[in-house]
Design a protein. Structure first.
Lengths: 245, 282
C-alpha cells in the first residue's frame, strides 16, 4: 500500500502523527527519522519565509517566540500559492488573535505595515505623473479632479505608534516611540518602498482619493489639520500619482 | 518537436543560481560564469526591483528558469493559475531553458514549499507524463525535468527512477536536468551505487547538470542520511560523478546551486571556476 499524498502531508504537518505506511528505510523497516527530513524541510522553509517577511515583528518578539509563533501560523495558514514572496497575508489578523502576543497589542499593525511594504516592493511599475500637471488646472477644475495612484500606494491607520516602532527597529538612532496613534502612507517612488507618517486628516483625504473621490470631496470634512498643498506635495514627491481623470 | 521558437540553448559552460545579493558583483565581473538560473516563483511579482534586475541580467546572460512550485508529481491537477504565471514569465523573458522537478509540493490548494517524493509505478508515470504534456503545451517548448534527492524508499514502487525518467522522455519528449548531487545524496541514502545510476540514466536527454552541497546526518540505525541543503561547497565525490557523467555526455551546461547560507560572490565564482576546469578537461 502506498501512502496517499493526503496522508503524507497530514503526517508532515503533525509531528505527533504516525509515519504513513509504505515509507521505508533501505533495510525495509518503516521510515521514521527519514520521514522527519520532510517534516523539517516544510516547517523550516515556511518559518524562514515568515522570518524574511516580518523582520520587525521578529525583532519585537525575539527569535524563540517568533519561531514558535511561526510554527502555529504555518499549520493554520499553509501557503495558498507557490509565491512565497506574498506568504503571510493572514499574519496581521492571526497576531490580533494570538493570545501569547497579547502584551504587544501593536504587533498586528506592525505586521500589516511589513506586509504592505512587501506588496509595494513587488507592485507594478507605473510611470508617475508630471508634477506640473496639477499646476496647470484652474481652481474649479482642480476640485473636480480625481487621481490615479501607483499600485504600491497604501494607507495604514493604527491606534499605536506604528511609524515610530517601525523606524526604531529599522533605522539606527531613530527616536524612541511615544505611545500615541499613528498612520502611515506607503509608496514606492523608484524601487525602494517608502514609509511616511501622516496625520489623521491627511489619511482620511488620501483614503478618499484612493477610493476615487474628487479632490474637492476628499478635502471636505476630514478635519482641520489637513494641509492640502502639503498632502499633494507628498503624493507627488513619492511618485504615488500616475494620472488625473 | 518544440524547437521552432526556441532561443539559443544554454552554453556548455558554468552557470550559477542567481542571488540578488550578488547583483553588483556579477554586473562588475562575472568571472567564469556564463549563464544564470533563477527560481521562477521569485519573479512572479508585478514589478519592482526583482523584475528590473532580471531584465538587466537577461540582456547580458542566457537565463535558465527553474520552477520549484508546479507540483508536477502531484495527485491533483496542475494549478491552472500557476501554469498561467509560468507561461507569462517564459513568454516575456524567453529564457534559454525551462526546468522543473520530479516531485510534488501542492496538495488540496495548499503549497508546502518542499520537493516531496512520489513512488515510481505505472499510475504515477501516466500522471506525471500528462502533467509534463500540459506544461510543454502551455509553454510551447520542451522542458527539462530534474531527478530528486531521495531520503526514503516506497513500498509501492515498481520502477527504478532511471526507467521512470527514461519513459517520461519517450512519452513526452521532455529533456532532463541531471542533478549530480541529488544522485549522490539519493544513492547514499538508499544504499545504492551512484555510478550505476549514472550508467542507467538516459544521458542523451540531459540538457543541464546541477551541482550543489549537502548536509550530513544519520538515521535512527546510524546509517548515513544526507540532506540536500544547497548550503555548502560541492564535495569531492560529487565532482568525481561530474567527471564520470561528462566523460559520457561531452560538455554540458553545469550549474552551481547555493541557496542557503549564501556565500560572498568570490566563493561561488570559485566553485564555477572549478566546474569550468572540469568542462575544459573533457
Amino acid at each position: 500500500m502506498t501512502a496517499t499524498q493526503a496522508s503524507f502531508i497530514a503526517s508532515v504537518l503533525d509531528p505527533q502523527a504516525a509515519v504513513p505506511q509504505g515509507l521505508q528505510n533501505p533495510d525495509g523497516a518503516p521510515a521514521t527519522k527519514r520521514f522527519d527530513v520532510y517534516r523539517n524541510n516544510v516547517s523550516v522553509s515556511l518559518a524562514d519565509a515568515l522570518e524574511t517577511a516580518f523582520p520587525v515583528v521578529r525583532k519585537l518578539v525575539g527569535d524563540a517566540f517568533f519561531r514558535a509563533m511561526a510554527g502555529v501560523y504555518l499549520r493554520q495558514h499553509p501557503p495558498k500559492t507557490p509565491l512565497m514572496m506574498f506568504y503571510g497575508d493572514a499574519m496581521p489578523a492571526f497576531l490580533g488573535r494570538f493570545t501569547p502576543a497579547r502584551s504587544l497589542p501593536y504587533l498586528s499593525d506592525i505586521a500589516a505595515v511589513e506586509l504592505a511594504m512587501r506588496h509595494a516592493y513587488h507592485a507594478a511599475d507605473v510611470p508617475p505623473m508630471d508634477a506640473e500637471t496639477l499646476a496647470t488646472l484652474a481652481p474649479d477644475a482642480l476640485l473636480q479632479t480625481r487621481l490615479r495612484f501607483a499600485p504600491a500606494t497604501q494607507v495604514i491607520p493604527s491606534d499605536y505608534p506604528i511609524y515610530s516602532i517601525y523606524r526604531a527597529n529599522t533605522v539606527a538612532d531613530a527616536p524612541k516611540p511615544v505611545m500615541q496613534p499613528e498612520t502611515v502612507l506607503i509608496t514606492r517612488p523608484d524601487l525602494d518602498p517608502m514609509i511616511d507618517p501622516i496625520n489623521t486628516a491627511t489619511a482620511r483625504c488620501i483614503t478618499a482619493l484612493l477610493k476615487g473621490q474628487t479632490l474637492g470631496q476628499a478635502m471636505t470634512g476630514v478635519g482641520d489639520d489637513l494641509d492640502m498643498g502639503g498632502t499633494l506635495g507628498l503624493l507627488l514627491r513619492q511618485s504615488a500619482v500616475t494620472a488625473i481623470y | 518537436m518544440f524547437d521552432a521558437t526556441a532561443p539559443s540553448p544554454l552554453p556548455a559552460r558554468p552557470g550559477v543560481g542567481y542571488k540578488p545579493q550578488h547583483y553588483s558583483a556579477i554586473m562588475a565581473n562575472p568571472g567564469p560564469v556564463r549563464w544564470l538560473e533563477i527560481h521562477a516563483e521569485n519573479y512572479m511579482g508585478d514589478g519592482g526591483r526583482p523584475i528590473a534586475q532580471l531584465r538587466q541580467l537577461a540582456e547580458l546572460f542566457p537565463i535558465s528558469v527553474h520552477g520549484v512550485g508546479l507540483s508536477i508529481g502531484g495527485e491533483g491537477d496542475l494549478d491552472a493559475d500557476h501554469l498561467a504565471r509560468l507561461k507569462h514569465l517564459v513568454g516575456w523573458l524567453n529564457p534559454a531553458s525551462f526546468s522543473e522537478h520530479l516531485a510534488w509540493s501542492t496538495h488540496d490548494t495548499h503549497f508546502f514549499n518542499d520537493l516531496l517524493p512520489l513512488p515510481y509505478n505505472s499510475a504515477t508515470l501516466s500522471r506525471v507524463a500528462t502533467h509534463i504534456d500540459q506544461l510543454q503545451e502551455a509553454l510551447g517548448r520542451q522542458i527539462l525535468l530534474e531527478n530528486p534527492s531521495s531520503y526514503l524508499a516506497f513500498a509501492g514502487a515498481t520502477m527504478s527512477e532511471t526507467d521512470f525518467l527514461r519513459d517520461l522522455t519517450t512519452r513526452t519528449g521532455c529533456g532532463l536536468l541531471l542533478d549530480v548531487n541529488n544522485v549522490f545524496v539519493s544513492a547514499t541514502n538508499l544504499q545504492t551505487s551512484p555510478q550505476d545510476y549514472i550508467a542507467d540514466f538516459p544521458l542523451h536527454a540531459v540538457g543541464e547538470i546541477h551541482l550543489g552541497g549537502h548536509d550530513v546526518d544519520a538515521d535512527e540505525t546510524g546509517a548515513p542520511l544526507l540532506i540536500d541543503s544547497h548550503g555548502k561547497p560541492v564535495v569531492d565525490p560529487v565532482w568525481s560523478l561530474l567527471d564520470l557523467t561528462l566523460a559520457k555526455t561531452g560538455p554540458k551546461p553545469v550549474l552551481i546551486e547555493w541557496d542557503n547560507d549564501v556565500p560572498e560572490w568570490p566563493v561561488l565564482a570559485s566553485e564555477a571556476a572549478r566546474a569550468d576546469a572540469v568542462l575544459a578537461s573533457q
